[in-house]
Design a protein around this ligand. Structure first.
Ligand code: AKG
Length: 374
């Protein structure tokens, strides 16, 4: 890289200390981001191209220079020892972009599964009250009335296709607003535990960041068209990333399972279809996809309760339409440190929360990604 570009990005890193909120909800609001954004506002036509080029360049610099190399070195310094089953999952992820296994085979403790299941069961009860129209005040979960209200709005949006129904309005969510977790929360305990995190890190070849976790309950209604993420797309968070789903209901063709095109991730034969970009996404043509890739090649993420699916969603995928029942799944999103997307939850951790110690990789997964100067 030319010296002046490196110098520029050293300055950019230093300016990252000056975080400015609200530039773009999902992207880092740095001082430089804010200047570029205001340029885009002032000169909408020229500014848009400049803005996407800026974000693409910034991602490449983070990926190749400022962030990922360090994370790769950390991983190589202390590569995890994987069980045979975990190695198989990493292999499937690497060759196909998707892998599935039962949580116990992966090595997740049954006790942890039971703890999360209690939380999921309570949420499922609330979701069912909402779905069956019995959402009077008596059944509101008093600890999370806003969540209940928010889900009620999501459902209304979806059923009436109001405001073109947002990307994932077909899902009810345990945490529809940015939540704050204790590290002892069962979602974090499973997502940051060795069986899941070691597999994710081994696939990415570096230490990953956890940016999102929640529990989803698909709304079992066919509104007559695919909504948002139910259409083929690539996730923009990262060029290589992992979304994990842990099923708490039987997921079959009727309950809205994920569908995935193997070989559509980085380096695969279908990489060019709606090619991944850090910004300025290329649209995926449904017609072209279905013409080029026969449905027999797609993978549908069905499975019994307890199934865990790992999927690189920078590849082509879509959510299914739930008709006969709901898919109930906990989910986690892992990205590399280069991702321009911020974490969508807060964490309380004072170093020893309730006697809980986090591993080095877990701390890294939760850490603020902004780098110090290289
Ligand atoms: O519902 C699903 O499984 C799909 C979700 C999805 O496409 C996404 O989160 O990007």
């Amino acid at each position: 890289m030319p010296i002046n570009a490196l110098a520029y990005f050293r300055v950019l890193s230093a300016l990252e200390a000056l975080q400015v909120q609200g530039v773009d909800m999902r992207k880092e609001g740095t001082f430089v981001d804010q200047m570029v954004t205001s340029f885009r506002r002032r000169f909408p036509t020229a500014g848009r191209g400049f803005y996407t080029s800026y974000l693409n360049l910034k991602y490449d610099i983070y990926s190749n220079v400022l962030r990922n190399p360090r994370s790769r070195r950390e991983f190589e310094r202390q590569s995890p020892v994987l069980s045979r089953e975990q190695q198989r999952v990493v292999r499937d992820l690497s060759t196909r972009g998707i892998a599935s296994i039962h949580f116990a085979e992966l090595g997740i403790d049954r006790e942890q599964w039971n703890r999360l299941r209690q939380v999921v069961d309570e949420f499922t009860n609330n979701a069912n009250q909402l779905l069956h129209g019995r959402d009077n005040n008596d059944v509101l979960d008093s600890s999370a009335p806003d969540a209940f209200q928010r889900n009620r709005e999501r459902m209304r949006e979806f059923l009436t296709l109001r405001d073109k129904a947002g990307g994932d309005a077909y899902l009810l969510k345990l945490y529809p607003e940015q939540p704050t977790f204790n590290v002892s929360d069962p979602l974090l305990q499973i997502g940051l535990g060795a069986p899941v995190l070691n597999v994710v890190n081994a696939y990415l070849g570096m230490w990953a960041r956890l940016t999102y976790t929640d529990v989803w309950h698909t709304i079992p209604v066919d509104v007559g068209q695919r909504v948002g993420s139910q259409r083929w797309h690539r996730d923009s968070e990262d060029r290589k990333m992992v979304k994990v789903y842990l099923y708490f209901s039987e997921v079959n063709e009727g309950t809205g399972p994920l569908q995935y095109v193997p070989g559509s991730g980085v380096g695969g034969p279908y990489e060019d279809l709606g090619r991944w970009k850090a910004a300025g996404r290329e649209p995926v043509s449904e017609a072209e996809l279905e013409r080029r890739i026969p449905a027999s090649e797609w993978v549908t993420g069905t499975g019994e309760p307890g199934t865990i699916i790992f999927c690189d969603t920078s590849g082509l995928h879509r959510g299914g339409i739930a008709i006969t029942g709901s898919r109930i799944a906990a989910t986690w999103t892992f990205v590399t440190p280069a991702s321009l997307f911020l974490r969508r939850f807060n964490v309380k951790y004072d170093g020893s929360e309730g006697g809980m110690k986090l591993s080095e990789t877990a701390k890294f997964a939760l850490a603020d990604p902004r780098p110090s100067l290289p």
